[in-house]
Design a protein around this ligand. Structure first.
Ligand code: MRU
Length: 351
């Protein structure tokens, strides 16, 4: 299964994640505004997946432009890019993808060349994503103990990427190596990505999974049979602070308190060396109905205020290691992150 791909009829095809696990429905989008809306509504979600969606959004938007002037096209590309980036502010993969597309456009001479090169670049990003996750997964598999129990949060699986996943990529790779273990998936209120999506993926894969409510995390970490926690990331600051799904910080602190390793899995496209530390990462505030309603039904009393930050920041001192496609990085993170990003640049559209 591919979460997102270019289809032969010139459309972006993606699985509608708001419908899982009840229904497996694919959307076909041929307008960049539809792509932006799908990102905002979380029909496509997860940092690497929305990065690739953004690239296709830019390509779709530019392919439809009716101009023969390069400068006009590049200006319009930037506007389309800004619209897409504004949909979800926390994951840096959106601006990473848009900037990469812009660099490609600027390198071409003519409008037809730009259009061709942008589509090719988005397709390259789609293909790269799976390769990168498989490499990351192989590095991370060494951290998994045979016979252990692993805790994960949200969904950093195939659904959050093009294929294979990051945190779940490590879990898949370890399973493919023949290790046997079980996974605890925290349900991840309010959007329930852990219960709806991670559990769905693992059941399909035949990997034993137990769903727990987020409030049970401390209990299970203290009882001692969880051997490590692995999560994804939406943005990693230059010092190793990690923005990820709300509730990640709770897990990291409780893991440290109980001497349990806390691992973060992320491609280098999620590392933001321009943001010095985690407090500077913008945190998306999502609609309050996500908290007050379940399945369209209001469960909260009228009159109460509601907060709904979609992400939190885990300071790097709680992170045992960061697993990237360039290898496993441990503290101090600054230098290690700089090295893996530098090494990845020529392969991932840098310069
Ligand atoms: O709001 P979401 O579902 O897009 O949040 C996703 C996460 O927090 C993931 O852990 C992160 O994007 C990494 S996905 C490989």
């Amino acid at each position: 299964m591919k979460t997102i791909q270019w289809s032969s009829n010139g459309k972006v095809r993606l699985i509608d994640q708001t419908r899982l696990p009840e229904a497996e429905i694919y959307l076909e989008l041929d307008d960049y505004r539809q792509v932006a809306a799908a990102i905002k509504e979380m029909q496509v979600r997860g940092a690497p997946a929305i990065g690739v969606a953004a690239a296709y959004g830019v390509a779709l938007g530019v392919l439809k432009l009716d101009t023969s002037h390069k400068n006009e096209l590049v200006e319009r590309l930037q506007e389309i890019g800004r619209e897409i980036v504004a949909t979800r502010p926390t994951a840096v993969n959106l601006s990473w993808a848009v900037e990469r597309m812009l660099r490609v456009a600027k390198r071409q001479d003519t409008v037809p060349q730009i259009k061709e090169a942008l589509l090719a670049e988005a397709q390259r990003m789609e293909a790269e994503d799976e390769e990168v996750n498989r490499r990351l997964g192989r590095y991370g598999a060494s951290l998994i103990e045979d016979g252990s129990t692993i805790l994960t949060h949200c969904n950093a699986g195939a659904l959050a990427t093009v294929a294979y996943g990051t945190a779940l990529g490590i879990i898949r790779a370890a399973w493919e190596e023949g290790k046997r273990f079980q996974v605890y998936a925290a349900e991840t209120r309010p959007r329930l990505q852990g219960m709806r999506l991670t559990a769905w993926e693992l059941v399909r894969e035949g990997i034993p999974v137990t769903i727990i409510a987020d409030t049970m995390v401390g209990h299970f970490l203290r009882r001692g049979h969880i051997r490590c926690a692995i999560v994804g990331a939406d943005r990693i600051a230059a010092n190793g602070d990690v923005a990820n799904k709300i509730g990640t910080y709770n897990i990291a602190v409780l893991a440290k308190e109980n001497d349990i390793p806390f691992y973060v899995a992320a491609p280098t496209s999620t590392v933001d060396l321009d943001t010095p530390h985690g407090d500077l990462i913008p945190i998306e505030e999502r609609p309050h109905q996500e908290v007050t309603h379940i399945g369209g039904l209001r469960i909260a009393p009228e009159g109460a205020k509601v907060a709904n930050p979609a992400f939190d920041v885990t300071p790097h001192r709680y992170v045992t290691a960061i697993v990237t496609e360039g290898g496993i990085i441990r503290a101090p993170y600054q230098e290690g992150l700089r090295q893996v990003v530098g090494a990845a640049l020529p392969f991932r559209g840098g310069g």
